[in-house]
Design a protein around this ligand. Structure first.
Ligand SMILES: Nc1ncnc2c1ncn2[C@@H]1O[C@H](COP(=O)(O)OP(=O)(O)OP(=O)(O)O)[C@@H](O)[C@H]1O
Length: 271
C-alpha cells in the first residue's frame, strides 16, 4: 500500500489535497462555463465528478489537466499551478475521444508512447514490462496484436486508458471512462480504479453522468450548471439529505438550491 505523504512522528498530518480550487472560473466562447468553484480532490482516493450533461465536467477536467484556456482563480495540482510543465508526466488524462493510432496494433500504440516517456535502449526491458502490464490492467491482453482501428469504441477507450497508465501517474483524470461499456467491463474498470488507489496510491478524478457510479467513489463533487452543488462522501450526502440513493440526494440538493435562489431573488430585485 502506498504511504500517504506528509506524516509526522507526532501523528499523521493530513496530506495536502491533490487538487485545490478556489474561485475557479472558466469562460468558453460567450459563456461563463465554470462559476467560481471551490473544491478539493484528496490524494489516493477516487473522487467522482457527477452532474448532468453540459454542466461543465469536461471543462473542469481540462482545467485540471492544464489544457483549458481562459481559466481564472486558483487551481493547484500536485503542488503546482495547473498546466505547469512539471506536471506533464505526473498526470494521466483520458478524454472522451480515444486518442490512438488506428493503423497501429494495441502493443505498437503503447510502445510508441512508452518510448516518449522512457526513451533509449537502456530502458527497453522496463518499457516492455510497463506496456505488458498496462495492457493487462485494462483487460486487453487478448487483443494485444489487433489493429486499434479494428477495435470497438469501448476497447479503443481502454487503449487510451492504458496509455495514461504507462507512466504510473500520481493523478489520473478520466472523462467518462465507462461510457459504452457493458456491465462486466464497467465493474472490472471500477475494480482497477480501486486497486490503483489502494495499492499504488493513485488519485483518481473520474467523471460520469450515471448516478449509480457515484456509489463506487470515495468522495463526490456534485455539479450543476457550472457550480458545485455539494462535495462529500456518498454516505454523508445521503445522510444529510435523508435520501436513499445519491441520485435522490442530488435531486434534493437541486431543489434546495432552487428554493434558496427563490428566497434571495426578491431582495436583489427590490434594490
Ligand atoms: N468549445 C466550446 N465553446 C463554447 N462553449 C462550449 C465549448 N465546449 C463546451 N461548451 C459549453 O460549455 C458547457 C460545459 O460543457 P462540458 O463539455 O464541460 O460539459 P459536460 O458536463 O462535460 O457535458 P457532457 O457530460 O455532455 O460531456 C456546455 O454548456 C457547452 O455548451
Amino acid at each position: 500500500m502506498a504511504a500517504e505523504r506528509g506524516g509526522t512522528p507526532a501523528g499523521p498530518a493530513p496530506a495536502p489535497p491533490a487538487v485545490r480550487a478556489e474561485g475557479l472560473t472558466v469562460v468558453r466562447g460567450p459563456r461563463t462555463v465554470l462559476r467560481g468553484l471551490d473544491f478539493t480532490v484528496p490524494r489516493g482516493r477516487i473522487t467522482g465528478l457527477l452532474g448532468p450533461s453540459g454542466c461543465g465536467k469536461s471543462t473542469l477536467m481540462r482545467a485540471v489537466a492544464g489544457t483549458q484556456a481562459k481559466v481564472t482563480g486558483t487551481l493547484q495540482v500536485l503542488g503546482h499551478p495547473a498546466g505547469h510543465p512539471a506536471l506533464r508526466t505526473r498526470i494521466g488524462y483520458v478524454t472522451q475521444a480515444p486518442s490512438v493510432f488506428d493503423d497501429l496494433t494495441v502493443r505498437q500504440n503503447l510502445d510508441y508512447f512508452a518510448a516518449i516517456l522512457a526513451p533509449g535502449r537502456a530502458a527497453s526491458d522496463r518499457r516492455r514490462e510497463d506496456v505488458t502490464r498496462a495492457i493487462a490492467d485494462v483487460d486487453l491482453t487478448a487483443h494485444t496484436d489487433a489493429l486499434a482501428g479494428h477495435l470497438s469504441g469501448g476497447q479503443r477507450s481502454r487503449v487510451s486508458l492504458a496509455v495514461a497508465l504507462l507512466g504510473d501517474p500520481e493523478l489520473l483524470v478520466l472523462d467518462e471512462p465507462t461510457v459504452g461499456l457493458d456491465p462486466v467491463l464497467r465493474r472490472d474498470l471500477w475494480t482497477l480504479f480501486h486497486s490503483l488507489a489502494a495499492d499504488r496510491g493513485t488519485t483518481l478524478l473520474v467523471s460520469s453522468h450515471v448516478m449509480d457510479e457515484a456509489e463506487r467513489c470515495h468522495r463526490l463533487l456534485l455539479m450543476r450548471e457550472g457550480r458545485i452543488l455539494a462535495q462529500d462522501t456518498p454516505d454523508a450526502l445521503r445522510t444529510r439529505t435523508g435520501a436513499e440513493t445519491v441520485e435522490e440526494a442530488f435531486l434534493r440538493l437541486v431543489d434546495e438550491a432552487a428554493a434558496a435562489a427563490r428566497t434571495t431573488r426578491p431582495k436583489e430585485t427590490a434594490r
